[in-house]
Design a binder for this molecule. Structure first.
Ligand SMILES: *[C@@H]1O[C@H](CO)[C@@H](O)[C@H](O)[C@H]1NC(C)=O
Ligand SMILES: *[C@@H]1O[C@H](CO)[C@@H](O)[C@H](O)[C@H]1NC(C)=O
Ligand SMILES: [Zn+2]
Length: 522
């Protein structure tokens, strides 16, 4: 009898806890189910009535097909390589300018188009619109490429533009000469068909994006700022159409970059009086610095998955997943901590979960029998959207936690502002419509770039920057970026020309259709 009382009470207590947990789970499940369902019917603007401005159809014939491919191949063959801030091929950049004039004679002679060279090798085009009240937009791409050497294992020489199995191989075929040439080819065809835009637009072609765009993009920005230009949106390189890349996703997804991670390069150093190795101090500069670096690696930056715009990606894609992933992705408010833990296990998905920390250089020591006076290490961090550069620097300082380790910011910037992607986001909706007209089965979603682009310099000219080109990426293709066997299919390059041809016309609408007057086909 005496010991029944307490046992009973424990049981009852447990039951109450279990019951409460069940009720909470049930409530959460109901809320979550409603959210899962509501996503399925969220078709939005794409079935609304759009003002028709795309009156010209590209209709590329065999002669044009040969011509546009020949122009593109010539562009690939010019080695516009940027190696370092001071080492880039100016001969190739001059040659590239000549090619543009030869390939797109109408662009360079039209009275609607004003062309100027900026910072000697970059190009700025202004295409005058007939309705000056419409805010202009800007298309960006870059002419330079990263170095490439055939001996790295290319199947075709990297500046040959060789055709194999329907693909054109070469450095720059997907980064970023497909857009340089695609945009101007589309404009050439539009002008030949007598097109005159209502909404004016700029085209900016930088020559040093691969070495940060400090000359090209930054000078273009300075020129436009002096002229008081404001832009409705900017479209630059970045994300693509992913086909079979996201596991579990049904069908391809076009991800439009709405932000970029920030960056910091931090130099850590320890200096002490040099001494002889026969009478070493208990701790050397190398030992102190190595311990600091180890602490940084063992204590990664906090998990922030779900605190940045990455939630938008999952919510837009959720309905294309099967249960239970569909359920999990439509309810990030509940599952993001769990998903973050799963994603952090792989380096490629970990990049979306947190600010990443990479120790990239470590220098110390000059002679085998001297305790070095100086040890230094470089750490490269890619900053998650939900953190600032300053917060990251403070965290490094506290994690290192050693006054003897000096910290210096070599270079850095905050994550880029998040561009809008709702029903009122002009640029996002125009890009989305243009993608869906061209590729009807594709799901369009906002995404985040973990690399950086020239467009990051434009944030004072516009509130909305998008990073996307309709390049098809299958599993393994991402490694071709800055890697070996960079290539694009001939069909895909032609699709790019059509994409820009339609995009430019789609931008001529006065304003987006009103989402409340949508004609729902459901
Ligand atoms: C620079 O480009 C020119 C072609 O424009 C090429 O002939 C030359 O070999 C290139 N230089 C280097 C160092 O690659
Ligand atoms: C950017 O946003 C600010 C604040 O919402 C607004 O005042 C400004 O007009 C916007 N700029 C453009 C170019 O849309
Ligand atoms: Zn690029």
């Amino acid at each position: 009898m005496t010991d029944r009382g307490p046992k009973f009470r424990v049981c009852k207590f447990l039951k109450i806890i279990i019951c409460s947990l069940l009720i909470i789970t049930l409530v959460l499940f109901t809320v979550a189910s409603v959210r899962t369902l509501s996503l399925d019917v969220n078709v939005g603007l794409q079935v609304a009535q759009w003002e028709k401005t795309n009156n010209l159809t590209p209709e590329i014939n065999q002669r044009q097909r040969e011509e546009l491919l020949a122009n593109f191949k010539e562009a690939i063959r010019i080695p516009t390589v940027s190696s370092t801030q001071t080492d880039f091929n100016t001969t190739a950049l001059v040659e590239f300018h000549k090619l543009l004039r030869k390939a797109f004679p109408t662009v360079f002679s039209s009275s609607l188009v004003h062309h100027e060279l900026v910072a000697d090798y970059s190009h700025l085009f202004w295409v005058r619109g007939s309705q000056p009240a419409l805010l202009p937009y800007m298309l960006l791409a870059h002419i330079d490429v990263v170095p490439a050497s055939e001996s790295d294992g290319w199947e075709a020489p990297p500046f040959s533009a060789k055709e194999m199995d329907g693909f054109i191989y070469g450095r720059g075929t997907i980064d970023d000469k497909q857009s340089v040439m695609g945009i101007l080819q589309a404009l050439e065809y539009l002008l030949l068909k007598g097109y005159a835009p209502r909404r004016g637009f700029y085209i900016g072609l930088g020559h040093d994006e691969e070495i940060s765009g400090f000359k090209g993009a930054m000078t273009i920005v300075r020129v436009l700022k002096q002229r008081g230009v404001q832009l409705a949106f900017v479209l630059d390189e970045g994300l693509a159409v992913l086909d079979g890349v996201i596991s579990g996703l049904e069908g391809p997804a076009a991800l439009i970059g709405i932000s970029e991670k920030g960056q910091a390069t931090v130099k850590l150093s320890v200096s002490m009086v040099p001494s002889h190795s026969s009478m070493p101090p208990s701790e050397s500069s190398i030992g102190i610095l190595a311990a600091a670096v180890k602490r940084l690696e063992e204590n990664p930056m906090p998990r922030l998955f779900g605190h940045g715009p990455e939630g938008g990606t999952f919510e837009h894609l959720a309905h294309k997943f099967k249960l239970p992933m569909k359920f999990i992705m439509s309810n990030l408010w509940l599952f993001s901590p769990l998903l973050g833990r799963v994603m952090e296990r792989r380096p490629d998905t970990n990049a979306f979960v947190r600010t990443t920390t990479a120790v990239t250089m470590f220098n110390a020591g000059v002679k085998v029998n001297i305790i070095p006076s100086l040890a230094e290490a470089y750490v490269n961090l890619r900053i998650h959207s939900a953190q600032s550069l300053q917060e990251v620097l403070d965290l490094i300082q506290s994690t290192v936690g050693d006054q003897r380790v000096k910290m210096e910011l070599v270079e850095g910037f905050d994550p880029l502002p998040v561009s809008s992607y709702d029903d009122k986001a002009f640029g996002f909706q125009i890009i989305k419509k243009t993608v869906l007209d061209l590729f009807p089965g594709v799901t369009v979603a906002p995404g985040i770039c973990i690399g950086n682009t020239d467009s990051r310099h434009f944030k004072e000219l516009t509130n909305d920057t998008y990073r996307f080109a309709p390049i098809w990426f299958k599993p393994g293709d991402a490694q071709r970026f800055h890697g070996i066997n960079e290539r694009i299919s001939k069909k895909n390059y032609e699709e790019l020309v059509v994409f820009y041809f339609n995009l430019i016309q789609n931008c001529d609408i006065q304003k987006l259709p009103d989402p409340h007057n949508s004609v729902h086909e459901l």
